[in-house]
Design a protein. Sequence first.
Length: 380
Amino acid sequence: MHRLIQAFTFSLLLSSGQTVAQNKQLMLLEKKMDAIADKSISPDGPGCSIGIIQNKKFIFKKSYGLANLEHQIPLNNQSVFRMASVSKQFTAFAVLLLADDGAIKLEDDIRKHLPDLKDYGRKITINSMLGHFSGLGNFDDHLDKLRESPLSRFMIGSEQFIPNAEYYSVIKDFPLVHEPDTTMKYSNHGYIILAKLIERVSGMTIREFTDKRIFKPLGMKHTFFSDSAEEVIPHRASGYRSPESGKQLNHLTALHTIGDGGLFTTIDDMLIWDTHFQTPKLGKDPETLMALMNKPNINIPESDEGKWYYANGQNTDGRYYFHNGGWVGTDTSYIRRPDTKTSVVGMCNSVSLSVSDFTYATFEILAALKLWDGEDPSIY
């Protein structure tokens, strides 16, 4: 019995020692993140919320700067950020759920479900739209047409905001800018069209569909697609920009499309989303559906890097899965490293800040502090 007590005591001491050592490393991690924040974030300016996740738990979570400059409200865990293009993976998962239901097939021609789209003279699959291989252009490919369209008319009041339905009514007639399934061409227009697909097939708005099929089942209580520019969003992190003069300005736009962006969420809800990648719950066969979510849409890499593939709203090189977002008053980043069950999410409420300063450095910092046991922490 005496030996058993000794062994038990030694085990407790060993465990206690390991806990103390880890806590020390976590304190060093916070200092590293604080140092990054000190370089660009002023306590009285816009800022960022950063969370580092390991094994379905935060090992670091902290907010820097203000959510609202007018009222000097600090950012915190409940701050609701616009996620810009990080929204695309939620749109993509909604489309995959429709396919899982049997309501669509990913190899369907998009015009089978949206016959009001321009006849492109060739098949463009839903899968190609998910992977940016549709041949559709982006905003900058059609600027002249957009400026000549009814979207540019003079308006007074709230009707100046351009929602999905109005924007779709214009871009549905735009021609292709290159042949489908030959090269990746990032297309926000494609994801706006996918939002229309979800609406047309499900009979619900993308907001209603994702709330019913994704956010409520997962318990993401503060996540939604904002389909009204006039909506009051509690705890919203207001968006800013800082021109060369250094003066902070509100960052606004009349364009209020969703599907390509438009998702709002909190750092705590992103933990729930991240956990779902490790422990899938949605769909008829959750594991199979998640494997599809993580599979590149087409076996053609992005031309610039030659190693990055696009998988349903995520860039991947086989090690990392990530997507960044930048739009009016927001800069976001979400990076997963599945083999180590480690992720980082960053949300900044200014386009003049760089969330990548935090997220791109995270894995190298974790490796240096021996808080991460993966191979090759560099993202690029």
